[in-house]
Design a protein around this ligand. Structure first.
Ligand SMILES: Cc1ncc(COP(=O)(O)O)c(C=O)c1O
Length: 313
């Protein structure tokens, strides 16, 4: 692994990874400029693009290929007004982890087209089987900004501690100084909580495998239960606590209506796939499998009864 040279001034501590994403996109973009965004993707990305009057251009994650990248499509979406490709790896909402080949292919496109890579890696430690490859470990000649924080692996989302890291910052001096100016203008990230960062990252990490052991049995339960319901199918997530099951039931084209009917009739709430963006003509819902197994079992019992009764296949 070739780690890029990073100095303390390449790191900006922020109020969550959310603020780090906002600082980077604000510094990078003029109105009308384009950033390629994963589809499905975390809704904050497109919300920030709207706020900046910039254009989020969705690139499809390939469900048939474990929600990996379609590099040809990504390349074809790059135009002169495109400034960056945003990656979410591991991904919310699919739980997918990208392999080396996909990452190297994406870096090759960024290199050739002169784009910045924005790599949201906030779930990098919440892994089941597959290793996570930091994007910045694969290139010393591409400008990469990585996003992370304490919200996920350190269970401290309310503390609002996040950061961005300029990797290969010599390739983006103007962008780096624009981000630092914006960061200075809001004075600082939340100060007392910053004392938690070093002990969190350098201290004992045993809680993570313990947590992932519990999460693995919840994930396995979720995959088993969803795939046993006719008309629903799910790609097994390799990280985090999300999954994006597909709905292929007669007459279901509007997944928002599907989740609302399910909520009204059973009291179980999922987020509709269209809330994250998805390939035209497909329908999904996003599952968060954080609850304990008895709660998950009740939710999947109700989901199964709802689907079998309403959509007999
Ligand atoms: C992919 C992704 N990025 C960023 C965030 C925001 O993290 P933070 O709490 O550090 O602002 C989340 C939170 O759910 C997320 O899912």
């Amino acid at each position: 692994m070739r780690l890029p040279r990073i100095t303390p001034s390449d790191v900006v501590v922020t109020s969550g990874a959310s603020e780090a994403l906002e600082l980077a996109l604000t510094a990078l973009l003029e109105p009308g400029e384009r950033v390629l965004l994963p589809c499905p993707g975390y809704p904050l990305y497109s919300a920030l693009m709207a706020k900046l009057s910039a254009q989020g251009v969705p690139y499809s994650l390939d469900e048939e290929n474990g929600w990996s990248l379609d590099l040809e499509e990504i390349d074809s979406l790059c135009t002169p007004g495109t400034r960056a490709i945003l990656l979410c790896n591991p991904n919310n909402p699919t739980g997918a982890v990208l392999g080396r080949e996909a990452l190297e292919g994406l870096l090759e496109i960024a290199r050739r087209r002169g784009l910045v890579v924005l790599s949201d890696e906030i779930y990098d430690k919440l892994l089941y089987d597959k290793a996570h490859i930091p994007t910045a470990s694969l290139a010393t000649d591409v400008p990469i900004i990585t996003f992370g924080g304490l919200s996920k692996a350190y269970l401290a989302c309310g503390w609002r501690v996040g950061w961005l890291v300029f990797c290969n910052s010599h390739l983006m001096p103007e962008l780096r100084s624009a981000v630092l100016r914006l960061a200075d203008a809001r004075l600082c990230g939340p100060a007392p909580q910053q004392y938690a960062i070093a002990p969190a990252l350098q201290g004992p990490q045993e809680h993570i495998p313990e947590m992932m052991k519990r999460m693995r049995s919840r994930r396995d339960l979720m995959v088993r239960r969803i795939n046993a319901i006719p008309g629903l199918s799910v790609v097994e997530p390799a990280a985090a606590f999300y999954a994006m099951p597909r709905i292929q039931l007669p007459g279901v084209t509007d997944d928002e209506q599907f989740v609302l009917s399910l909520l009204r009739e059973t009291g179980v709430l999922f987020v509709h796939g269209s809330g994250f963006g998805q390939k035209a003509g497909t329908a999904h819902f996003r599952v968060v499998f954080l609850p304990q197994e008895d709660v998950l079992t009740t939710a999947f019992d109700r989901l199964e009864a709802f689907v079998r009764e309403r959509y007999p296949l």
